[in-house]
Write a new protein. Structure first.
Length: 261
């Protein structure tokens, strides 16, 4: 009897949890999306979008968010923004890194080189949290791969700021974002129209800046995506050719068997 009661209790609890999960799915906002050039089996990164995305990251995001897995040389590599080597060197030279020790045993600063990692905005996690009201700005190197929803989620989050619903009270330094889990976020709205002046003359609307920086983040998370697509395409062609050859070889072999019969 006790076992039956336990079973009924367990089934009742499971139904409650399942119902709550279904309600959460129903309430979940459908993410915004864009015509991402890198999506699909033959997707490729838009070079202009990658270069604009790097500009948005540098001018807007880099003051809080690091990209510790990227080096300045990556900006000139195939499959990425493909800045020229001279442009990449000039970009790196705009930043200072700590190096050393020198012959006197002292640390010193110097302009960054292509081999250096992207300069981080804070010296450590504690400094980052202290500068952002206790919240730690996540590293953006692989952010697109680390978040459920990928590029669409980051894009939606960047454009999801709005006034809170009536009756919703937010703490100081907290903002309402309809795509953020829990709808509360400590990062202020990052973009406004005309916030950056694109080098290629593209109009810098909120949507354009969000799309460009997400494209850049998608590349940083999968820098070899285009090469993988090329290898996959070649593999498919190879398999098709092999299949055709095997088919005709089989036909030829069985034709001999049938003629003998």
């Amino acid at each position: 009897m006790k076992n039956i009661i336990k079973l009924i209790y367990f089934m009742f609890l499971s139904l409650i949890l399942l119902n709550n999960n279904l309600l959460a799915v129903e309430k979940k906002k459908e993410l915004l999306t864009s015509d991402w050039s890198f999506k699909g089996y033959f997707g490729k990164f838009d070079r202009g979008a990658l270069q604009r995305g790097y500009q948005v990251y540098t001018e807007v995001c880099a003051s809080c968010h690091s990209m510790k897995y990227l080096s300045y040389r990556n900006l000139a590599e195939k499959g990425g923004p493909e800045f020229s080597e001279e442009q990449a060197k000039a970009i790196a030279a705009n930043f200072e890194v700590t190096d050393g020790p020198n012959d006197d045993g002292d640390m010193f600063t110097r302009p960054a080189k292509l081999s250096d990692k992207f300069v981080q905005p804070y010296r450590n996690v504690k400094e980052a949290m202290a500068s952002n009201g206790g919240a730690y700005p996540p590293d953006m190197s692989v952010l697109v791969k680390a978040r459920s929803g990928g590029a669409d989620y980051i894009y939606s989050l960047l454009l999801g700021y709005e006034d809170p619903p009536s009756g919703t009270n937010l703490d100081d330094g907290v903002y309402y974002n309809k795509y953020m889990y829990g709808n509360n976020i400590k990062m202020p709205k990052p973009f406004m129209d005309g916030q950056v002046e694109y080098n290629d003359g593209t109009e810098a609307t909120e949507q354009q800046m969000a799309k460009d920086v997400v494209t850049f983040l998608a590349w940083s998370a999968e820098p070899h995506l285009e090469e993988r697509h090329k290898i996959g395409f070649r593999a498919i062609i190879y398999l098709i050719v092999i299949t055709i050859l095997v088919y005709f070889s089989m036909k030829k072999i069985w034709s001999r068997v049938e003629s003998e019969v």
